[in-house]
Design a protein around this ligand. Structure first.
Ligand SMILES: Cc1cc2nc3c(=O)[nH]c(=O)nc-3n(C[C@H](O)[C@H](O)[C@H](O)COP(=O)(O)O)c2cc1C
Length: 148
């Protein structure tokens, strides 16, 4: 007797992720930041995108994950958004399981001292950031602190 296993196609679908860092171009008011988060969460829900956005003293560090086409479209929009500049992709790729499946966009605002406390000895001077200083290792280390 032969057994044929059917795997639903959605189980085979890979999830794309992108991690990038950027600089805030103009200081955003609390309201402006809240609007950005609300807009992102609304859109992400529609597009099955999840992730985390950190605002660290004038720097954005974001992780987004979701269907490949949706992530590519979103990244294109984010890249053209003039609320920030000097975008630098730290890592992107395909994964099988989401890391932030509960979060349309987890948002945290942290200060540089808080960040340094979180990641221990690995000091990152975000104020005078040479954006390349945050490499994907550092970013992963930071995100791990916020994994739910
Ligand atoms: C730092 C940063 C992070 C953003 N993250 C998201 C996001 O996760 N999802 C999203 O839909 N838009 C995000 N945006 C906003 C997009 O750039 C864009 O304004 C938004 O998707 C609306 O685009 P639309 O009006 O063309 O639909 C982000 C913008 C910035 C500056």
């Amino acid at each position: 007797m032969s057994i044929i296993l059917f795997t639903p196609h959605y189980l085979n679908d890979m999830i794309k992720f992108v991690i990038y860092v950027s600089k805030v171009s103009v200081p955003l008011s609390k309201t402006a930041l809240n609007d950005l988060i609300a807009e992102s969460r609304h859109n992400n829900k529609e597009n099955l995108i999840t992730g985390i956005l950190l605002h660290i003293d004038g720097v954005f560090l974001q992780y987004i994950e979701g269907p490949e086409d949706k992530i590519d479209q979103l990244y294109q929009k984010i890249k053209e958004d003039d609320r920030h500049r000097d975008l630098n992709i730290l890592e992107s790729g395909l994964i099988q399981t989401r890391k932030y499946k509960e979060w349309q966009m987890l948002f945290k605002r942290i200060t540089l001292p808080e960040l340094n406390q979180l990641i221990g000895n690995k000091k990152v001077d975000i104020k005078n950031i040479d954006i390349n200083l945050i490499n994907h290792e550092t970013a992963k280390q930071i995100f791990e602190q916020f994994q739910i």
